[in-house]
Design a protein around this ligand. Structure first.
Ligand SMILES: NC(=O)C1=CN([C@@H]2O[C@H](COP(=O)(O)OP(=O)(O)OC[C@H]3O[C@@H](n4cnc5c(N)ncnc54)[C@H](O)[C@@H]3O)[C@@H](O)[C@H]2O)C=CC1
Ligand SMILES: O=C(O)CCC(=O)N[C@@H](CCC(=O)O)C(=O)O
Length: 477
């Protein structure tokens, strides 16, 4: 078994050591346990999830501290992630009852028709590092509520948070075998995905990995696969009456979580000739953002990116845009050689030919100047992804046009691209997802519907097509 380590991005200090797990053993344990969990009354599963919320609430500070240390995100932001974990429970209970509860319908000839939902069985959850608790939790809570057993593999970059999350569920009374934590990297993810004992896989992460999983599942349409992937999200600022407010929305969209959000704005699209004051204001704000250790005082706006490889990759991406004709507005700088602290960066890529449609998962905002709103719409949609898009400014009519013509699962007006609500569906089109949105609609992929026509007694008659109708009555007898 491979030995795994996790270190704090901000300090390089060692945080966690463990071993990569055995998919066969973990799926076997979950498989043996899931029927018992599914047979428990829904009220018991709801009560257990509510206990989990209380346990997390009671450990908010240490849990937020661990998230801050393992991801590098500021302590205040890590505390909001813990809040999201807690809030997920009530939201998922409502979603379960609204989207997958029992229903009775009138059938033909007075028959009773019941629609009920069943759990799939054993589901794997693969998590990303940027929200190591909230996003896997967004699959785990609805999956457990619906009666599935879960094998959760945290990102190899955030194993300690994943392990703690699972321990909190166990503390709340979820049986140990109903929710398993398995550590490891992509190889373990692949092995889980390929395991015949698995009934489905719920994934949040990069398009690269999501598309590989999609290929891997091509021969097993019987297994549910939910993919929540990345984005190359456009933010269009057009005729904004309040430049300062528009600039704040741009900064929040691009640089919150050091740009490590799937919903972060990657491309800022502005009207050519009327862009300078806006860009100057954005740069002034970005210059003032504090980039520091997650526990620093004063509190930073953003911490480091996850590790040095990610920082190297972002620097290479920025450099590549420069060499292809990008004009730097604010350089991507590394404030410490040995740690992955990056400053927010802005680059005008209007003149870059064949702009790469790639997700630069960090604090890099690309500016594109266009002459008119039609060109802004065309630029916004010039991506294989389709997660989030936002318009700042304009009129209700302009927003109607933006909404109608944008290809994305999240479309906002005068709000940042990020910060999507958990009590609504959340997912993308194109390379951002496979039409199985998460958040409120996670209930849909955690259970399947069963329609039953039911009667207390068998009563039937053949009304037409018999030679002797009396014989039909006798048969009915
Ligand atoms: N749409 C959404 O809801 C969200 C999407 N993301 C996306 O996630 C990415 C950042 O997270 P990362 O952890 O870097 O993603 P990643 O794709 O590298 O890893 C995600 C998980 O999949 C596993 N994995 C990687 N390759 C695999 C493979 N071929 N087969 C099976 N498992 C595999 C990893 O070990 C990890 O547990 C960004 O692209 C971001 O946009 C992040 C948060 C939310
Ligand atoms: O999953 C939910 O409960 C709602 C979606 C959500 O939390 N989105 C966040 C984070 C996702 C990310 O960007 O990685 C957001 O839109 O900021």
């Amino acid at each position: 078994m491979a030995s795994l380590h996790s270190t704090e991005p901000a300090t390089g200090e060692h945080l966690w050591t463990g071993e990569s797990g055995d998919p066969d053993a973990e799926i076997g344990r979950a498989r043996a346990a899931w029927a018992g969990w599914a047979a428990r009354p829904l009220a018991v599963r709801i009560e257990t999830m509510r206990r989990f919320a209380n346990v997390v609430r009671g450990q908010k500070e240490p849990f937020a501290d661990l998230i801050a240390r393992e991801t590098g995100k500021p302590l205040w932001e890590s505390a909001t992630e813990v809040d999201a974990v807690v809030n997920k429970v009530d939201i998922s209970v409502s979603a379960y009852s609204e989207r997958t509860s029992q229903r009775r319908l009138e059938g033909a000839l007075g028959a009773r028709v019941a629609v009920r939902h069943k759990p799939h069985g054993v589901l794997a959850v693969l998590g990303p590092y940027n929200f190591p608790a909230h996003l896997p939790n967004g699959h785990i809570v609805p999956a457990l509520l619906a009666g599935n057993a879960v094998v959760f593999k945290p990102s190899e970059k955030t194993p300690a948070v994943g392990e703690r999350l699972v321990a909190l569920f166990h503390e709340a009374g979820v049986p140990e075998d109903v929710l398993r934590c398995i550590q490891g990297g992509p190889e373990v993810g692949k092995a889980l995905a390929a395991h015949p004992g698995l009934d489905g896989l719920l994934f949040t992460g990069s398009a690269r990995a999501g598309l590989a999983l999609h290929r891997q599942f091509a021969d097993t349409p019987s297994k549910i696969l939910a993919l929540e992937m990345g984005g190359n999200n456009p933010l269009v600022i057009w005729d904004a009456p309040d430049i300062h407010a528009a600039a704040i929305i741009a900064v929040q969209s691009a640089f919150l979580s050091a740009g490590q959000r799937c919903t972060a704005a990657r491309r800022l699209i502005v009207r050519d000739g009327q862009h300078q004051e806006l860009l100057d204001t954005i740069v002034k704000l970005a210059d003032r953002l504090i980039v520091d250790h997650p526990h620093a005082n004063p509190a930073p706006f953003m911490g480091p990116v996850i590790d040095r490889d990610a920082a190297d990759h972002l620097q290479e991406g920025f450099l590549s845009l420069l060499t292809r004709g990008g004009r730097p507005i604010k350089h991507l700088e590394r404030s410490a050689d040995d740690r992955p602290f990056l400053t927010p960066a802005i680059i005008d890529v209007t003149e870059v030919r064949d702009r790469p449609d790639a997700e630069l998962f960090g604090p890099v905002l690309q500016v594109i100047r266009v002459p008119d709103f039609d060109s802004a719409l065309a630029e916004a949609n010039a991506t294989r992804y389709g997660l989030a898009a936002a318009l700042v400014g304009g009129s209700p009519e302009l927003y109607d046009r933006f909404w109608a013509n944008s290809r994305a699962g999240v479309i906002n007006w005068n709000k940042p691209t990020n910060g999507a609500p958990s009590n609504a569906p959340f997912g993308g089109i194109g390379n951002s997802g496979n039409h199985r949105p998460s958040a409120y609609y996670a209930a849909d992929y955690c259970a399947y519907p069963v329609t039953s026509s039911e009667a207390e007694q068998a009563r039937a008659a053949i009304g037409v097509g018999l030679r002797d109708p009396r014989a039909a009555n006798e048969l009915e007898g």
